[in-house]
Structures are given as C-alpha cells and as structure tokens.
Design a binder for this molecule. Structure first.
Ligand code: KG4
Ligand code: ZN
Length: 348
C-alpha cells in the first residue's frame, strides 16, 4: 500500500472538527478536507469553555461536520482505511461524543478504529505539513499544556520539562480576562500587543536563566506573571495595549530561554543529526510574535524550525487524522471497547 486515507474526528475542547487526510509517514500528507466548527460564540458570554455546553454542541453538530468533511474530500466512509478520533486528554463529555461516533462509524463501515492522543495530534502536525523526520525537539504550547519533548516516533515521546502551574495559552486567556479583552484570549492579546509598548511595564520572567545543571531546569512557570498582570490592573489605570505587549514579551522571553536550554540538551543527546529541528505546536504556536522570536533563536543556533500554519496549530481534525494514519501505518489499531481519557500524558 503506498498511502492511507483516514477520517479524523476532534471534539476534546470547544472545536467540533472532522477532516480527511491521505499519505504515508514521514509525510508530508495531503489534507483532502478540514472542517472546524468553532463553538466560540456559545462560550463567549461565560468567558471560557463551559463543558456541558461543549458536549451538547458537539453532539448536535458532529454528524453534519463529518458529512461535510467526507463530501469536501469527495469520499465515502467506504474509501477510508481507518477512523481516528481524539480519545483524550480533554473535556470528558466532548471526548466521549467524538470517540463514540468514531466507534459507530468504524463498526458500521467495517474499518479499524484508532484512538488518538490529542497531544500526539499537535506533536505530529509538522510531519503532516512538512514531513519532518524523527527525532525532533517539540515545544508544545496550548490552552492546557506547555512542555518540551523529544519526539522519537509516532508513539515515542520523552518529556524534557513542563509547566509547574499554568499552560502558556491559559496565561494568555487569563491575561485577556484581566485586561478586559474578549474570549478567546490568545488572538485578542496578540492583536492588542501589536499596538502596544512592550517596555512600558516590567513584568517577571519566572525561572528565567536557571542553569541547565539545576534540577528540573526545563520547567515553565506562568502563574507569577499572571499575578503581576493582576496587580498591574488593580493598581489602577493601565494601558491595555502596553500591558498586553509587556505580557507577551515576558512569555516570549520565557519560551525562548527554555527552548534554548532544551536545544542544548537535545544536541548533546543527538550529536550526529544533519539538521536538528525544533517544532512548535499547539494553539499558542499560532502567535506570530512568538513564532518570529523562536525563528530568530533557531537561526542563531543554526537549527531548522517548523511552525505549522496557524489553522493547523489550533485545534483541528486533520492533525488527529494524521496521528491516526501514522499509527495505522505502524500496524496499530484499537479495540472497539477502548475508553475516553480525561488525562493522558504523552510520555506514558
Ligand atoms: O491547541 P489549542 O487550540 O487547544 C488546546 O488543545 O488547548 O490551543 C488553544 C489555546 C488558547 O489558550 C488560546 O488562547 C491560545 O491557544 N492561542 C493563542 C493564539 N491563538 C490561540 N495564544 C497566543 N496567541 C495566539 N495568536
Ligand atoms: Zn489542542
């Protein structure tokens, strides 16, 4: 077989998504369709994702989203080699909707079921879009996660360090709320920051500059930064754009410093790689200023960097289809009785 075609389903947070991808590892693959229905409007009045609203919305629209993904790809269920769905981590109600639907389709069409780790979807996107070879260093920055990992295989991840408190995207979302910016916070803070003066407010950079010899030197921490933004707001008249810019500059410094240390470790562990590669993935990787800063770091250190296009950084089903395709190509599939997992670390 020279390539596989897989239907991917994603329902772990507030996007209801389905996509059809085709290809073979190491990629790049073809994205035949990519439907993402964002529930942003339903959650906006609450300033964050409400799990009950999310699972109900997934239930109501997922069938239609899958039908459109197949139609856009000009395919039927019978053309699929497997059905892949996010089985965790995420909001359990939503994950159940997607996984159960995938099981029903797999059973009805007599196709293998692949239960995909949502984080593996983010982690492997750079192979779908750019065919990046293993191993690579991965900065995974999303609403729920902030970690540095070595990706050695489609099912082989080794953790270098992760956040001790908030995730990077969470810090953006909370800062947006504090500054009175709309939900979702990341894009709103980025837009405000583009109009602001990043030097206006000195904000802390927790754990910055910790030497690589100290324990857990690749950990992240964002809660001190968030607290500093809160104090800034409580102290009275704050310029929203300048505060957003100052916050984003602090996040950039933290991410750049951790990536720099992680790169040193990665290069020590893999001294013979012809072109060592840093991949940035997850919703926060859609941030242009962060991407630019990390691109400069990569150039300074003479390594390659891959940041997928923004629409494949934020939650989507093409990445889930691709992660499923990688496991299918490796001969894996999952039993129909497999359950959803609210928590599911990548290195487990
Ligand atoms: O990967 P993702 O879509 O969902 C999760 O798996 O969490 O990431 C969502 C997170 C949110 O916290 C959102 O605010 C953040 O990614 N995000 C951004 C940007 N776009 C999305 N953060 C900073 N700048 C952006 N442009
Ligand atoms: Zn995600």
């Amino acid at each position: 077989m020279d390539n596989f075609t897989v239907l991917g389903i994603e329902t772990s947070c507030d996007e209801t998504a389905a996509a059809v991808v085709r290809g073979m590892p190491p990629g790049p693959g073809e994205i035949l369709s990519n439907i993402v229905f964002s529930q942003t409007e339903a959650h906006a009045p609450y300033g964050g994702v409400v799990p009950e609203i999310a699972s109900r919305a997934h239930l109501e629209i997922l069938d239609g989203v899958i039908e459109r993904a197949l139609a856009d790809a000009n395919k039927n269920l019978a053309d699929m080699d497997a059905i892949a769905a996010t089985a965790g981590p995420g909001l359990i109600g939503g994950v159940m909707v997607g996984l159960t639907t995938a099981k029903a389709l797999a059973l009805a069409a007599g196709k293998p079921l692949i239960a995909v780790n949502h984080l593996a979807g983010h982690a492997l996107t750079a192979r779908l879009t750019d065919g990046v070879a293993f191993p690579y260093l991965l900065l995974l920055v999303s609403g729920g996660h902030c970690q540095l990992l070595v990706v050695e295989g489609a099912d082989k991840f080794r953790l270098y360090g992760s956040t001790m408190d908030d995730a990077a995207g969470e810090a953006f979302d909370k800062t947006a709320k504090l500054l009175g910016l709309p939900y979702p916070g990341g894009p709103a803070v980025e837009a405000a920051a583009a109009q602001g003066n990043a030097r206006r407010y000195p904000l802390p950079r927790p754990l910055l500059g910790r030497s690589a010899t100290e324990g857990n030197s690749l950990a992240f921490s964002f809660s001190g930064l968030k607290t500093a933004v809160r104090q800034l707001v409580q102290n009275g008249a704050v310029d929203v754009n300048d505060a957003a810019a100052s916050f984003q500059a602090a996040v950039i410094d933290i991410l750049r410093d951790r990536c720099d240390s992680a790169l040193s470790r990665f290069l020590r562990e893999f001294p013979d790689l012809e072109k060592p590669t840093l991949v940035v993935a997850g919703g926060v990787a859609a941030n242009f200023a962060i991407g630019s800063a990390l691109t400069v770091l990569a150039e300074d250190r003479n390594i390659r960097i891959h940041i997928p296009p923004p629409k494949y950084c934020t939650d989507n089903a093409a990445m889930i289809g691709w992660a499923g395709l990688e496991r299918l190509a490796a001969g894996a599939s999952d039993p129909i009785g497999i359950g959803p997992r609210a928590r599911w670390p990548l290195d487990s």
